[in-house]
Design a protein around this ligand. Structure first.
Ligand code: ADP
Length: 326
């Protein structure tokens, strides 16, 4: 592989607020450092179908404040096959793209890792997911915005929950990670969080009823991480109806509104910093790493580590929630 002259950037998998800020940072940092940039549309699919466009600085003007991704995103089944990846590689060569920057979650970085192993293509990943489930970075792009969206929603639910003296189960995203549920619960002053990381260890509903729900309280809000492991908010509401029929229980599923909205200052700064660091990493000869932040320092995390390791929840946060919800 010769010197890198042109990079391709794509967003893949689930969208997250701040992806645009990352695209902008990658594009401008590349141009600043004398590289050409090509935007690849609809994730890996655009590599296969050759939906690729040269980006100048103006192509990323006025997007830092927008949610979603101007490059669109998609899931691409063909890219999971060797034949599909060959087509992707051939299109890259045709477009004279020497290196790829992939903004996405766990699945997208898994694809990047496999692609980089098969072909001699330098790939750099940026953690773009609201779930915060990538190991090696304190936060992922989009997580802080989603957390703030959850707070807005739960504050509103609290008004009605208190007026009617109800128990609400609010389902939040997070896939198999409880970061949004746990930190959302702490920040919103919720009574409990039901998270996948604890589901096999204790009966979280029983524990909550025992510790958290008190008659003296006007209302209770429990955040439930959407996950096959927990079974989601409906599952817990059904259980309460059967096992504790004295409670007036309701469910709110926040759903896709958690993915949208203007990115917070934190996510914009994170995305800008990581985007610029991705270009610096490529120019520095780094390959096949995800860029993250650890203790407010930029770090390079090998794909294998970022994907394979379960990111641990901070145990002290679980105690904080329990102590403060009495
Ligand atoms: P996310 O990146 O948000 O976790 P997905 O898991 O849907 O989202 O992955 C996004 C895309 O990454 C997939 O549609 C596919 O194109 C690619 N991908 C995921 N897993 C693999 C894999 N094992 N091999 C090759 N490509 C993959």
């Amino acid at each position: 592989m010769g010197a890198i002259k042109c990079i391709g950037v794509l967003t893949s998998g689930g969208d997250a607020p701040g992806m645009n800020a990352a695209i902008r940072a990658v594009t401008r940092a590349a141009i600043y450092n004398g590289l050409r940039v090509k935007g690849i549309y609809r994730g890996y699919r655009g590599l296969l179908t050759d939906e690729i466009k040269e980006f100048k600085s103006q192509n990323v003007s006025n997007i830092i404040q927008q949610g979603g991704t101007i490059l669109k995103t998609a899931r691409c089944q063909e890219f999971t096959t060797p034949e599909g990846r060959r087509v992707a590689y051939e299109n890259m060569r045709k477009e004279e793209i020497d290196a790829l920057i992939i903004i996405g979650g766990d699945g997208s970085l898994t694809g990047a890792r496999i692609f980089a192993q098969e072909y001699d293509v330098p790939c750099i990943g940026l953690p773009g997911t609201i779930d915060n489930d990538l190991f090696g970075t304190d936060s992922t792009i989009g997580y802080d915005t989603a957390l703030n969206t959850i707070l807005d929603a739960v504050d509103k639910i609290r008004d009605t929950a208190t007026s009617h003296e109800r128990l609400f189960f609010v389902e939040v995203m997070g896939r198999d990670a409880g970061f949004l549920a746990l930190n959302g619960a702490i920040a919103a002053g919720a009574e409990a969080a039901i998270i996948p990381e604890y589901d096999t260890k204790v009966d979280q509903l029983e524990e909550f009823i025992k510790n958290g729900f008190r008659k003296s309280k006007n209302s209770s809000i429990v955040l439930v991480a959407e996950s096959e492991i927990t079974g989601g908010a409906m599952h817990y509401a059904e259980r309460v109806k059967k096992e504790f029929p004295e409670y007036d229980v309701r469910v709110t599923i926040l759903g896709h509104l958690q993915r949208g909205g203007r990115p917070t200052a934190y996510d914009r700064i994170l995305a800008s910093r990581l985007g610029a660091a991705a270009i610096a990493a490529l120019m520095d000869g780094q390959r096949n790493v995800m860029i993250g932040v650890d203790h407010d320092e930029v770090v390079y995390v090998p794909f294998s580590k970022a994907i394979k390791n379960d990111k641990p929840l901070k145990e002290d946060l679980i105690h904080v929630l329990r102590e403060l919800s009495i």
